[in-house]
Design a protein around this ligand. Structure first.
Ligand code: IPM
Ligand code: MG
Length: 373
């Protein structure tokens, strides 16, 4: 078997970012040595730490390194230290600049309720059983990237944020969503607010036009308020959801809660090409948990497995990591965010160690696990 050689830029970021990213890179290194691949990992400053070190959240060298990479692994950015900065100078603005600078207009968030964790979903087990859907969030437009203005007249402050889409921006993400749906259960839910917003009217019209090229996929349009409700009433109805930047941000946190914790969900952001796709857990930098070895590394670990699968086409390697994590969860080991009565509480580093032991064990007993390495 001949291995692959890839360049991965690592942006640990702030708060719990470095701890959880460290967990994922550890497993990527294990993967390279077990399967004969070469992953060159380059760590770069990004976020609040880059503001401290370089005066800006996205230094030019970091952006340049990302452009040269095959894939990017990001932890999380932001924290109270930088929260008082004006909106365009905060750590989070580095994240938006990175997404824009790399042309990442698709954000893919897989939502799967893991059997071992069904008991920690806030919904009854029968509601979330088998729940497995994908959220495709547009990532480079909408109210995130329109003008943000703050003004003051006659002693009264006011502010405005501009939401804007053109049809090409909608079409390219809609096409991706139809492709994903076509490869799955062939159901696409497009979420908008077309009863109020002009951008949503254009969204719905454009999605309907793209739908003509995908006759095998059934399309349903939902208003965002209804979509939020449907997600808690009967989440198993969803297959692929496509929506704009702001609605996607909100709905994906809600969806993560169904799966048990926001700490479990990875994401992939990409543009026209998969080269330089960005993988980041959807959780934040959780400053109150940082440095205490209690954060869950699972979101970042699932980013590593998603990268192996989506960017590098390494399905067995991806499955190797995912299934080891599932077995550790089945054995009852839990970080604080996914604890339930009777479970074994463990910290971040212990969770990583347990998953690595499972990974090693499954290679040693390859036949039992069906590995052909
Ligand atoms: C996310 C986050 C970011 C977003 C923040 C940190 C700017 O919430 O990736 O979902 O709103 O896109
Ligand atoms: Mg968010």
């Amino acid at each position: 078997m001949s291995g692959i050689h890839k360049k991965i830029v690592v942006l640990p970021g702030d708060g719990i970012g470095p701890e959880v990213t460290n967990a994922a890179t550890r497993l990527l290194i294990d993967c390279a040595s077990a399967f004969g691949h070469q992953f060159d990992l380059h760590e770069m400053p990004f976020g609040g730490n880059a503001i401290d070190r370089c005066g800006e959240p996205l230094p030019a060298e970091t952006l340049a390194a990302c452009r040269e990479s095959d894939a990017i692994l990001l932890g999380a950015v932001g924290g109270p230290k930088w929260d008082a900065l004006p909106i365009g100078k905060r750590a989070e603005s580095g994240l938006l600049a990175l997404r824009k600078g790399l042309g990442l207009y698709i954000n893919f968030r897989p939502i799967r309720v893991r059997e071992a964790l069904i008991g920690i979903s806030p919904l009854r087990p029968e509601k979330v059983h088998g729940c497995n859907f994908e959220i495709i969030r547009e990532l480079a437009g909408d109210i995130y990237f329109g003008a943000h203005e703050h003004s003051s007249a006659n002693g009264v402050e006011s502010a405005r944020d501009v939401a804007q889409y053109d049809e090409h921006e909608i079409e390219r993400v809609a096409r991706y969503a139809f492709e994903r749906a076509a490869a799955r259960r062939k159901r696409l839910a497009s979420v908008d607010k077309a009863n109020v917003l002009a951008t949503s009217v254009l969204w719905r019209k454009t999605v309907a036009r793209v739908a003509k090229d995908y006759s095998g996929v059934s399309l349903e349009n939902l208003y965002v308020d209804n979509a939020a409700m449907q997600m808690v009433l009967s989440p198993a109805q969803f297959d692929v959801i496509v929506t704009g930047n702001l609605f996607g941000d909100i709905l994906s946190d809600e969806a993560a809660a169904l799966a048990g914790s926001i700490g479990l969900i990875p994401s992939m952001s990409r543009g026209d090409s998969l080269k330089g796709a960005l993988y980041e857990p959807i959780h934040g930098s959780a400053p109150s948990l940082a440095g205490r070895d209690i954060a869950s590394p699972l979101g970042s670990i699932f980013c590593a497995s998603l990268m192996l699968k989506e960017s590098f086409g390494l399905l067995p390697e991806s499955e190797w990591i995912e299934s080891a994590a599932d077995r550790v969860l089945e054995q009852g080991y839990r970080t604080a965010d996914i604890a339930e009565s009777g479970s074994q509480p463990v910290g971040c580093s212990k969770m990583v160690e347990l998953i690595r032991v499972e990974m090693t064990d499954s290679l040693l007993h390859a036949e039992r696990y069906g590995w052909g390495v």
